[in-house]
Design a protein around this ligand. Structure first.
Ligand code: SF4
Ligand code: SF4
Length: 364
């Protein structure tokens, strides 16, 4: 398994990391076997969270005898000092360890939450106290909005940042990744296989927003079977300026496939670079600032489907996803509130109209 340096933490971590979310849905002994197999194959970065069901308990059980060979991280989703202190105590108990390598603030997706967690009564204070007491070595932050994470790492308080990144979720590449490099903040990517964003829950959509969907256009982009698709997605992320990309692994076979990519990883070829090189010009960054449309139109979701259609050539998939939306842009009252809030000055009203015309499936 290849490793890279995780920014200023100086930790050497496996380029493929273990995301703990899904093992909470797996029976305990099977989950423990999956985690141990990952460790055997050289995956040394295990990410969990207080919010991820019983993933901490399963990871703790699996790694208790090899603790000093692994990097174990967790997250607190609590925003206050008092609640996050409880989280920290519970995490250490369930993970069966005296310290975690990194404690992360979980899901910081808007400025209000960032301000609250960083206040004198906020969860960051617990993380700092834990660091002083050697209950954690480093402090990180996670979220789905690169522009919020960019603000956060500028404060100098965070050693690592965990952010969505994949072939069709590239917002982090614009500002966050270059800044993290300059500040020597370690970057870990998540949502490697998922087009999910914070305001779109994968399971609410049919077809799924998983990039491993059985959609012909996704196969044309990523590969003809799941193994090829997994390889393309992992390799795309690893070609970026990140340390590791997390995968939510649910079986021994998935662990072995992902670990093989991490062991044999080589730079993308010129042909692959060309295949994955999409030009994003006027596009929605999913910052969410326009989300309170009086007509309840989910603007970022609609514009995202527009990008799938127009930029990535995922036309049928985009149309199917669009069809699943309850409220379409034909309900737009043209009030213009969204455009006033968009920091990227997008002509939202025009883009919505254009998207509706393109993505509506003509039934006759
Ligand atoms: S212009 Fe349309 S989409 Fe924008 S806030 Fe008004 S009603 Fe909603
Ligand atoms: S349309 Fe503009 S304000 Fe709305 S989510 Fe996209 S980038 Fe943000």
């Amino acid at each position: 398994m290849q490793t890279r340096r995780l920014g200023r933490t100086n930790l050497q971590i496996s380029i493929v990391g273990f995301g703990g979310t899904w093992i909470s849905e797996i029976e305990k002994s099977a989950a423990v076997d999956i985690v141990r197999r990952a460790s055997e194959l050289g995956i040394n970065y295990f990410d969990s969270s207080r919010w991820d069901g019983d993933s901490e308990e399963k990871i703790g059980c699996a790694l208790k005898d090899t603790r000093n060979q692994c990097i174990i991280t967790t997250k607190t989703g609590s925003r206050t000092k008092k609640e996050s202190l409880e989280d920290m105590k519970n995490s250490l108990r369930l993970l069966q360890t005296e310290h975690v390598d990194i404690i992360q603030l979980h899901g910081i997706d808007d400025e209000k939450t960032l301000t609250k967690t960083m206040s004198s009564d906020g969860a960051l204070q617990t993380c700092k106290e834990a660091q002083r007491k050697k209950l954690t070595n480093f402090i990180g932050i996670t979220g789905h909005k690169p522009q919020i994470l960019t603000k956060a790492i500028k404060t100098g308080e965070f050693d690592t940042v965990l952010v969505p990144l994949n072939i069709i979720t590239r917002q982090a590449e614009e500002e966050l990744l270059p800044l993290a490099k300059d500040l020597d903040v370690g970057v870990i990517a998540m949502k490697t296989f998922s087009a999910k964003t914070s305001n779109l829950i994968t399971c609410m959509y049919k077809p799924s927003l998983s990039l491993l969907s059985d959609e012909p256009e996704l196969k044309a982009l990523l590969g003809q079977n799941n193994t090829e698709m997994v390889q393309s997605l992992l390799r795309y992320n690893l070609s970026k300026n990140i340390t590791s990309t997390l995968t939510g692994l649910r079986s021994i076979a998935e662990v072995e496939t992902a670990a093989k990519v991490g062991t044999n990883y080589q730079e993308l070829t010129d042909i692959e670079h060309k295949r994955f090189n999409f030009k994003l010009e006027t596009y929605c960054r999913d910052c969410g600032l326009c989300m309170n449309c009086p007509e309840k139109i989910n603007i970022p979701a609609i514009l995202r489907f527009n990008s799938f259609y127009s930029v990535y050539g995922l036309k049928n998939w985009a149309q199917k996803l669009y069809t699943g939306l309850d409220i379409k842009p034909d309900k737009c009252a043209l009030c213009g509130l969204c455009q006033q809030k968009c920091p990227y000055n997008l002509p939202i009203k025009h883009m919505l109209k254009e998207t509706h015309e393109k993505l509506t499936i003509n039934s006759f």
